[in-house]
Design a protein. Structure first.
Length: 86
């Protein structure tokens, strides 16, 4: 059997994760230090980010955003009703 060269990598470097998220390298490392970006330290100098951790992070951020938007929508509706009553 031949190895498939197109196999998707399961992990990425912190720099690659930062680029994928649209944030700087420094911000990505800061998020790793804070524990907000899940990472695996495989040696003193090597940190990897599981692709699934990025997917899960983005999925949970979408859920949090929905909750924030719902609260904002309620406020917007209240303001809309107040204006309509005037």
């Amino acid at each position: 059997m031949e190895q498939n060269d197109r196999t998707e990598r399961l992990v990425m470097t912190v720099e690659e994760a930062g680029a994928a998220l649209g944030i700087s390298r420094a911000t990505a490392y800061s998020l790793v230090q804070q524990g907000r970006l899940p990472a695996i330290r495989i040696s003193d100098r090597r940190i990897i980010i599981p692709r699934k951790a990025i997917d899960d992070l983005l999925a949970s951020a979408g859920t949090q955003k929905s909750h924030e938007n719902s609260a904002g929508d309620d406020n917007g509706r209240d303001n809309g009703h107040s204006s309509a009553m005037r």
